[in-house]
Design a protein around this ligand. Structure first.
Ligand SMILES: [Zn+2]
Length: 196
């Protein structure tokens, strides 16, 4: 039997994705053996997370002020706008180093089974944004899943007129999430994007 306070930590760590009970134990013992300051730094980082992070008012990416780092970066190309499902997809696309435009995070995909329609996603704010900013090209970079495709189709159909709309090329394995694609595959998919 482990002390209750250690068991609580193991249980919490075990809820993280990809962390089984063994790994959770190893992490907990590592934290226990580490200097107290290090353990406290970890606790502090976890504790302050929800308070310090919010959604970017323009693109819904993660931000620590009203606008995210990408929206505030004057070097980004406002003529290119990539529409993604989640902030993690931005991380994946940024890792390719091949995209210098701006983003819009939908916050999910259209999925009638889960009760998620266009109104539950950041689609209205996307169209409002497009009406004002008029980028030359909108790249729909939803995942290569049935829902991702359906969402892309919906966006393309309802897109305000006179915007060129492209979709990432199919170098991406079917059913796969952008965040798990390697940089080269994702980079190629970005290069090979096609018009609808
Ligand atoms: Zn932003």
């Amino acid at each position: 039997m482990l002390p209750a306070s250690l068991q609580v930590l193991i249980d919490e760590l075990g809820r993280l994705p990809g962390v089984g009970p063994r790994t959770a134990e190893r992490y907990a013992f590592f934290i226990l053996k580490a200097p107290q300051a290090q353990a406290e730094a970890l606790a502090q980082a976890v504790a302050s997370l929800h308070g310090s992070i919010k959604a970017c008012q323009r693109c819904h990416n993660l931000a620590e002020s009203d606008l995210c780092d990408i929206c505030r970066d004057a070097r980004r190309d406002p003529d290119l706008l990539a529409v993604v499902e989640s902030p993690l997809d931005i991380v994946a696309l940024e890792r390719t180093g091949m995209f210098k435009g701006l983003y819009h995070v939908l916050g999910g995909v259209i999925s009638p089974i889960d009760g998620i329609g266009p109104d539950q996603l950041n689609i209205k704010s996307l169209f409002n944004r497009l009406a004002k900013a008029k980028p030359q090209e909108v790249i729909i970079a939803t995942n290569a899943t049935t829902e991702g495709d359906a969402t892309a189709l919906y966006l393309q159909k309802h897109m305000p007129a006179k915007v060129k709309v492209t979709r990432l090329a199919r170098g991406l394995p079917m059913g796969s999430d952008l965040e798990y694609a390697d940089q080269i595959t994702l980079g190629r998919a970005l290069e090979g994007r096609r018009s609808f």
